[in-house]
Ligand binder design. Structure first.
Ligand code: GUN
Length: 292
């Protein structure tokens, strides 16, 4: 079966186009959406992600400010920075890039962010609203996945959606979003994780598989049914002999999935660009709400 490539880069361009008039309307009221990013430590992947995020802000005429700290920063200093950013009206959104060093209590950091500026949608208030089916800020990667479904007219109503991974960033929220009693949702969602016995038994029954476990080329063609839709959130570095010394692969094995899946997201160029576009959209939303 021919496999449609779900081009997240292209979908993200349509998101940015749709945001243009909203950004202009804000600017006509002297407001430029502005995101504060906190980056702790020297993790190369996090540095790349943050650079990619802030680049899109400037590409679209928005502001962002990256505040960097060494990995031995204390929790107290980090918390006081967040309290300061909460009060600073110049910033509409606050993003703390994860992962954080082990000595930092991640929950304390998330809880400290003003839910009105929580453009990542990780604060328990925003997660609660999402769970109740009345989302305010939706986490960027799950929101981006839903937008890919919408863009390509992939209906999930009545479909069996199997999510592999239960992180608070992707797996958990996408399992909620795909099963809400709403137009563009209404799926029957199964969530698999590290405690699941024989994950393949579930993915083989799925109409849609969402991979968010962070394990290179975990899902093979033999583990899916003919015609399934595969959404691959994984971005894994695998060492090889190339000049760079590594390549980026997803959680799915592209070679064996292609030809059996009806559609799949590429890595890179699938979910990644959508995560960033949704961060820009959430920051625009935060700026709009700041006027209410
Ligand atoms: N690390 C990996 N993904 C994300 C994300 O979506 N937001 C933040 N803040 N950190 C991340």
């Amino acid at each position: 079966m021919p496999t449609t490539i779900l081009n997240g880069k292209e979908v993200s361009q349509s998101v940015y186009s749709a945001l243009k008039s909203r950004i202009s309307a804000l600017k006509s009221q002297s407001i430029t959406p502005n995101l504060a990013v906190i980056l702790v430590g020297e993790d190369p992947a996090s540095q790349v992600y943050v650079r990619n995020k802030t680049r899109q802000f400037s590409n679209h005429g928005l502001f962002s400010d990256t505040i960097t700290y060494p990995s031995d920063i204390t929790q107290e200093v980090l918390l006081s920075k967040i309290y300061e950013l909460n009060k600073n009206n110049q910033f509409h959104g606050i993003l703390v890039q994860f992962p954080l060093p082990n000595h930092i209590d991640v929950d304390a950091i998330i809880n400290a962010i003003d839910p009105k500026k929580d453009v990542d949608g990780f604060h328990p208030y925003n997660l609660g609203c999402l769970t109740a089916g009345k989302p305010i800020f939706i986490p960027c990667t799950p929101k981006g996945i839903m937008r890919i479904f919408h863009h390509y007219n992939i209906s999930i109503s009545g479909k069996h959606v199997v999510v592999v991974g239960r992180s608070n960033i992707v797996g958990r929220p996408i399992s909620i979003l795909t099963s809400l009693k709403q137009v563009n949702s209404n799926g029957t969602t199964t969530i698999c994780h590290s405690g699941t016995i024989n994950i393949g038994q579930y993915t083989k029954q799925a109409d849609i598989v969402i991979l968010a476990l962070g394990s290179p080329e975990f899902l093979k063609g033999k583990d899916i049914k003919e015609g399934a839709v595969i959404i691959d959130v994984g971005i894994n570095r695998v060492d090889n002999d190339s000049p760079k010394g590594y390549k980026i692969v997803g959680d799915g094995e592209e070679a064996s999935l292609k030809g059996k899946a009806s559609a799949c997201t590429p890595v890179p160029g699938g979910v990644g660009p959508m995560t960033i576009a949704m961060l820009v959209e959430n920051t625009v939303e935060a700026a709009e709400r700041s006027l209410l």
